[in-house]
Design a protein around this ligand. Structure first.
Ligand code: AMP
Length: 220
Protein backbone atom coordinates (compact mmCIF):
# COMPACT_ATOMS: atom_id res chain seq x y z
CA UNK A 1 0.00 0.00 0.00
CA UNK A 2 1.26 3.46 -0.91
CA UNK A 3 -0.10 6.70 0.47
CA UNK A 4 -0.61 10.03 -1.27
CA UNK A 5 -1.58 13.18 0.59
CA UNK A 6 -4.05 15.59 -0.98
CA UNK A 7 -3.18 19.10 0.15
CA UNK A 8 -5.15 22.22 -0.60
CA UNK A 9 -7.42 24.88 0.82
CA UNK A 10 -11.09 24.23 1.60
CA UNK A 11 -12.84 24.20 -1.77
CA UNK A 12 -9.70 23.26 -3.71
CA UNK A 13 -11.45 20.11 -4.93
CA UNK A 14 -9.60 17.42 -2.97
CA UNK A 15 -12.71 15.25 -2.54
CA UNK A 16 -13.87 15.69 -6.13
CA UNK A 17 -10.45 14.91 -7.60
CA UNK A 18 -10.09 11.88 -5.30
CA UNK A 19 -13.46 10.62 -6.53
CA UNK A 20 -12.31 10.93 -10.12
CA UNK A 21 -9.00 9.17 -9.35
CA UNK A 22 -10.91 6.28 -7.79
CA UNK A 23 -12.80 5.89 -11.07
CA UNK A 24 -9.70 5.73 -13.26
CA UNK A 25 -6.97 4.13 -11.10
CA UNK A 26 -7.36 0.49 -10.06
CA UNK A 27 -6.85 0.00 -6.33
CA UNK A 28 -7.19 3.71 -5.54
CA UNK A 29 -9.15 4.64 -2.42
CA UNK A 30 -9.54 7.71 -0.24
CA UNK A 31 -10.06 8.53 3.38
CA UNK A 32 -11.25 12.03 4.19
CA UNK A 33 -10.60 13.40 7.67
CA UNK A 34 -13.64 15.68 7.34
CA UNK A 35 -15.87 12.72 6.43
CA UNK A 36 -14.53 10.69 9.39
CA UNK A 37 -15.20 13.63 11.71
CA UNK A 38 -18.71 14.30 10.40
CA UNK A 39 -19.51 10.58 10.82
CA UNK A 40 -18.21 10.74 14.40
CA UNK A 41 -20.43 13.76 15.10
CA UNK A 42 -23.44 12.00 13.61
CA UNK A 43 -22.70 8.87 15.64
CA UNK A 44 -22.23 10.99 18.79
CA UNK A 45 -18.93 9.27 19.62
CA UNK A 46 -16.64 10.86 22.22
CA UNK A 47 -14.37 12.14 19.42
CA UNK A 48 -17.39 13.54 17.57
CA UNK A 49 -18.67 15.37 20.62
CA UNK A 50 -15.21 16.89 21.16
CA UNK A 51 -14.79 17.83 17.48
CA UNK A 52 -18.15 19.46 16.86
CA UNK A 53 -17.48 22.88 18.42
CA UNK A 54 -14.16 23.32 16.60
CA UNK A 55 -15.72 22.37 13.28
CA UNK A 56 -18.70 24.67 13.61
CA UNK A 57 -16.31 27.59 14.20
CA UNK A 58 -14.17 26.60 11.21
CA UNK A 59 -11.21 25.80 13.48
CA UNK A 60 -9.06 22.70 13.33
CA UNK A 61 -9.82 19.91 15.78
CA UNK A 62 -6.94 18.93 18.10
CA UNK A 63 -4.06 17.18 16.30
CA UNK A 64 -4.12 14.08 18.50
CA UNK A 65 -7.87 13.55 18.00
CA UNK A 66 -7.70 13.38 14.21
CA UNK A 67 -4.35 11.55 14.18
CA UNK A 68 -5.90 8.77 16.25
CA UNK A 69 -8.79 8.45 13.82
CA UNK A 70 -6.40 8.14 10.87
CA UNK A 71 -4.29 5.64 12.82
CA UNK A 72 -7.42 3.55 13.51
CA UNK A 73 -8.44 3.77 9.87
CA UNK A 74 -5.04 2.55 8.68
CA UNK A 75 -5.11 -0.31 11.18
CA UNK A 76 -7.91 -1.86 9.14
CA UNK A 77 -7.10 -0.51 5.66
CA UNK A 78 -3.34 -0.69 5.19
CA UNK A 79 -3.05 -4.28 3.99
CA UNK A 80 -2.60 -5.24 0.36
CA UNK A 81 -1.85 -3.39 -2.83
CA UNK A 82 -3.12 -0.05 -3.98
CA UNK A 83 -2.96 3.65 -3.27
CA UNK A 84 -4.69 5.33 -0.37
CA UNK A 85 -5.23 9.09 -0.66
CA UNK A 86 -5.44 11.09 2.55
CA UNK A 87 -7.89 13.93 1.92
CA UNK A 88 -7.58 16.66 4.56
CA UNK A 89 -4.92 15.05 6.74
CA UNK A 90 -2.35 16.24 7.73
CA UNK A 91 -3.36 19.88 8.16
CA UNK A 92 -0.62 21.06 10.52
CA UNK A 93 3.10 20.41 10.85
CA UNK A 94 2.62 18.42 14.10
CA UNK A 95 0.08 16.25 12.23
CA UNK A 96 2.65 15.66 9.47
CA UNK A 97 5.11 14.48 12.13
CA UNK A 98 2.44 12.21 13.65
CA UNK A 99 1.67 10.85 10.18
CA UNK A 100 5.30 9.79 9.70
CA UNK A 101 5.07 7.73 12.89
CA UNK A 102 1.67 6.27 11.92
CA UNK A 103 2.84 5.29 8.42
CA UNK A 104 5.94 3.58 9.82
CA UNK A 105 3.82 1.71 12.34
CA UNK A 106 1.56 0.35 9.59
CA UNK A 107 4.42 -0.30 7.18
CA UNK A 108 3.12 1.97 4.42
CA UNK A 109 5.04 4.46 2.33
CA UNK A 110 4.28 8.09 1.50
CA UNK A 111 4.79 8.50 -2.21
CA UNK A 112 3.50 12.01 -2.97
CA UNK A 113 1.93 15.07 -1.41
CA UNK A 114 -0.25 16.63 -4.10
CA UNK A 115 -1.10 20.31 -3.73
CA UNK A 116 -4.24 21.53 -5.50
CA UNK A 117 -3.40 25.15 -6.05
CA UNK A 118 -6.52 27.31 -6.45
CA UNK A 119 -7.01 31.11 -6.38
CA UNK A 120 -8.96 32.42 -3.37
CA UNK A 121 -11.81 33.88 -5.42
CA UNK A 122 -12.38 30.46 -7.00
CA UNK A 123 -12.37 28.83 -3.54
CA UNK A 124 -15.03 31.29 -2.34
CA UNK A 125 -17.18 30.70 -5.41
CA UNK A 126 -16.96 26.92 -5.01
CA UNK A 127 -17.65 26.85 -1.27
CA UNK A 128 -20.55 29.27 -1.33
CA UNK A 129 -22.39 27.29 -4.03
CA UNK A 130 -21.61 23.84 -2.64
CA UNK A 131 -24.44 21.40 -1.89
CA UNK A 132 -24.05 17.87 -0.58
CA UNK A 133 -26.20 14.81 -0.27
CA UNK A 134 -26.48 13.98 3.44
CA UNK A 135 -27.23 10.35 2.61
CA UNK A 136 -24.71 9.20 -0.01
CA UNK A 137 -22.18 12.04 0.24
CA UNK A 138 -22.37 13.09 -3.45
CA UNK A 139 -21.22 16.66 -4.03
CA UNK A 140 -22.83 19.34 -6.24
CA UNK A 141 -22.46 23.03 -7.03
CA UNK A 142 -25.42 25.31 -7.73
CA UNK A 143 -23.97 26.61 -10.99
CA UNK A 144 -21.14 24.28 -12.08
CA UNK A 145 -22.39 20.82 -11.02
CA UNK A 146 -26.16 21.26 -10.57
CA UNK A 147 -28.30 18.20 -9.83
CA UNK A 148 -30.71 17.20 -12.61
CA UNK A 149 -33.68 18.05 -10.39
CA UNK A 150 -33.24 21.16 -8.27
CA UNK A 151 -32.29 20.38 -4.68
CA UNK A 152 -32.38 16.59 -5.14
CA UNK A 153 -29.47 14.13 -5.30
CA UNK A 154 -29.17 12.49 -8.75
CA UNK A 155 -27.87 9.28 -7.20
CA UNK A 156 -30.24 8.56 -4.33
CA UNK A 157 -33.09 11.10 -4.51
CA UNK A 158 -32.36 12.65 -1.11
CA UNK A 159 -32.85 16.41 -0.53
CA UNK A 160 -29.48 18.20 -0.80
CA UNK A 161 -28.15 20.26 2.09
CA UNK A 162 -25.57 22.98 2.72
CA UNK A 163 -22.71 21.77 4.91
CA UNK A 164 -22.94 23.27 8.40
CA UNK A 165 -19.54 24.97 7.97
CA UNK A 166 -20.23 26.34 4.45
CA UNK A 167 -21.69 29.65 5.71
CA UNK A 168 -19.82 32.89 4.84
CA UNK A 169 -18.43 33.51 8.33
CA UNK A 170 -17.10 29.98 8.83
CA UNK A 171 -15.76 29.83 5.27
CA UNK A 172 -13.72 33.00 5.91
CA UNK A 173 -12.30 31.48 9.09
CA UNK A 174 -11.46 28.16 7.43
CA UNK A 175 -9.49 29.98 4.71
CA UNK A 176 -7.62 31.98 7.35
CA UNK A 177 -6.84 28.82 9.31
CA UNK A 178 -5.60 27.15 6.12
CA UNK A 179 -3.13 29.96 5.44
CA UNK A 180 -1.86 30.04 9.02
CA UNK A 181 -1.72 26.35 9.91
CA UNK A 182 -1.85 24.21 6.76
CA UNK A 183 0.02 26.22 4.11
CA UNK A 184 3.36 25.64 5.97
CA UNK A 185 3.03 21.98 4.91
CA UNK A 186 3.76 23.05 1.33
CA UNK A 187 7.37 23.87 2.26
CA UNK A 188 7.47 20.84 4.55
CA UNK A 189 6.69 18.39 1.74
CA UNK A 190 8.73 20.36 -0.78
CA UNK A 191 11.76 19.85 1.50
CA UNK A 192 10.91 16.16 1.80
CA UNK A 193 11.09 15.97 -2.03
CA UNK A 194 7.56 14.59 -2.50
CA UNK A 195 5.53 17.70 -3.37
CA UNK A 196 3.64 17.84 -6.64
CA UNK A 197 1.79 21.09 -7.33
CA UNK A 198 -1.08 21.00 -9.79
CA UNK A 199 -3.25 23.84 -11.00
CA UNK A 200 -6.54 23.04 -9.27
CA UNK A 201 -8.74 25.62 -10.99
CA UNK A 202 -9.54 23.22 -13.83
CA UNK A 203 -12.00 20.37 -14.39
CA UNK A 204 -11.50 17.45 -11.99
CA UNK A 205 -10.97 15.02 -14.89
CA UNK A 206 -8.08 17.06 -16.29
CA UNK A 207 -6.45 17.40 -12.86
CA UNK A 208 -6.84 13.68 -12.18
CA UNK A 209 -5.17 12.78 -15.49
CA UNK A 210 -2.16 14.91 -14.61
CA UNK A 211 -1.93 13.30 -11.17
CA UNK A 212 -2.13 9.79 -12.58
CA UNK A 213 0.89 10.43 -14.80
CA UNK A 214 2.85 11.81 -11.83
CA UNK A 215 1.92 8.95 -9.52
CA UNK A 216 2.78 6.34 -12.15
CA UNK A 217 6.20 7.80 -12.87
CA UNK A 218 7.03 7.67 -9.18
CA UNK A 219 5.42 4.37 -8.28
CA UNK A 220 5.90 1.94 -11.11
P1 AMP B 1 -13.11 19.21 5.39
O1 AMP B 1 -14.26 18.30 5.18
O2 AMP B 1 -11.79 18.62 4.99
O3 AMP B 1 -13.32 20.58 4.80
O4 AMP B 1 -12.99 19.43 6.98
C1 AMP B 1 -14.05 20.03 7.71
C2 AMP B 1 -13.57 20.42 9.08
O5 AMP B 1 -13.14 19.27 9.81
C3 AMP B 1 -12.39 21.39 9.14
O6 AMP B 1 -12.78 22.74 8.99
C4 AMP B 1 -11.84 21.09 10.53
O7 AMP B 1 -12.64 21.69 11.54
C5 AMP B 1 -12.03 19.58 10.64
N1 AMP B 1 -10.85 18.84 10.13
C6 AMP B 1 -10.79 18.05 9.04
N2 AMP B 1 -9.57 17.53 8.89
C7 AMP B 1 -8.82 17.99 9.92
C8 AMP B 1 -7.48 17.84 10.33
N3 AMP B 1 -6.62 17.09 9.62
N4 AMP B 1 -7.07 18.49 11.44
C9 AMP B 1 -7.90 19.25 12.17
N5 AMP B 1 -9.18 19.46 11.84
C10 AMP B 1 -9.65 18.84 10.73
Amino acid sequence: MDVVILLGAPGSGKGTVAGRLAEIVKGFSTVSSGVLLRAAIKGKTAAGVEAEGYMSRGELVPDALIAEMIDDYLASHSAGEGILALDGFPRTVPQAEMLDVILKKHGVKLCRAILLDVAEKVLLFRLSGRRICPKCGAGYHLSTIPPKKEGICDLCGTALTVRADDNPETIANRLKVYQAQTAPLIDWYQSAGVLLTVHGGREAAEIADEIVVAIRTRLF
